[in-house]
Design a binder for this molecule. Structure first.
Ligand code: CO8
Length: 262
């Protein structure tokens, strides 16, 4: 059984300027998401979302698993009311509400709640051996944190149905083909690739970055007309930022822009 060197179940590092790296650390159970881990993730995402020094978050697991789903041993004997009272949707929402871009760096298994967790991210970088799946049906339930909804929005009805009804995982290459991941890299380079991407995003003007994330996500659930209006309004709003003036002046003066997030 893989041993945990650090006792904390969720580890947070700051490996690059403006970048936080959140690591799920339950290798002995393939990073199964128990309630403790979900609470810790929610707390960390709330905290990082409010920290002005953090401009992009990378979320990862270990070489064998991003997360192999909700912790089945913690749910097996629960009843419906108990499941409702756990209020896990509020914990997931804390991640969905993170105003900073989130990059999932996925190695190994991203199954069930693990695949759903990856889909809470804005960008997914996957190692070539990664496996994505929604196998809940095989244990008598169904996805409960976006596996029937975010997945369908990402890959369309027919690929989503195939995954949730058969429970069969797909490879990183298939996931890339169907639009479930942004990029596939050699396994050993997943975190580094995600960190590099995060560093690039962290160097961008933060107000523009936050507006882009907010509008892109909100627009997915709106009519095209409403979404285009949202986009226009957010663009107009950015014209009141110092970073817009600095970005355009720097271009004209042929120098590197210095963004301050105002
Ligand atoms: N929950 C609890 N323990 C797990 C989980 C899990 N999801 N996945 C793995 N483990 C444990 C195993 O029980 C095993 O423990 P032990 O050493 O004590 O026997 C240890 O991790 C290592 O696992 P394996 O020996 O099985 O390792 P393999 O390499 O042979 O297989 C797999 C790895 C393929 C990942 C396999 O463990 C597996 O199929 N896991 C279960 C995957 C799954 O079904 N996930 C979906 C769970 S349901 C879910 O996610 C519902 C989401 C709803 C979200 C909202 C909820 C409110």
């Amino acid at each position: 059984m893989p041993k945990r060197e650090n006792m904390a179940e969720v580890l947070v590092e700051r490996p690059r300027e403006g970048v936080a790296l959140v690591r799920i650390n339950r290798p002995e159970v393939k990073n199964a998401l128990n309630m403790a881990v979900r609470r810790l993730l929610a707390e960390e995402f709330r905290r990082l979302g409010e920290n002005a020094e953090v401009r992009c978050v990378v979320l990862t697991g270990n070489d064998a698993a991003f997360a192999a789903g909700a912790d089945i041993k913690e749910m097996a004997d629960a009843g419906a009311i108990e499941m409702m009272l756990r209020g896990t949707h509020r914990l997931w929402q804390a991640i969905a509400d993170c105003p900073k871009p989130v990059i999932a760096a996925v190695n190994g298994y991203a199954l069930g709640g693990g695949c759903e967790l990856a889909m809470h991210a804005d960008i997914i970088v996957a190692g070539e051996s990664a496996r994505f799946g929604q196998p809940e049906v095989r244990v008598g339930i169904m996805p409960g944190a976006g596996g029937t909804q975010r997945l369908t929005r990402a890959v369309g009805k027919f690929q989503a149905m195939k995954m949730v009804l058969t429970g069969r995982p797909v490879s990183a290459a298939e996931a890339l083909r169907m639009g479930l991941v942004s990029e596939v890299t050699p396994d050993a380079q997943v975190v580094e690739t995600a960190l590099e991407m995060a560093e690039t995003i962290a160097a961008m003007p933060p107000l523009a970055v936050m507006q882009i994330k907010e509008v892109l996500l909100a627009g997915q659930d709106a009519s095209l007309g409403a979404a285009l209006m949202l986009e226009r309004k957010a663009l107009q709003l950015l014209y009141d930022s110092r970073d817009q003036k600095e970005g355009m002046r720097a271009f004209i003066e042929k120098r590197r822009a210095k963004f301050v997030g105002k």
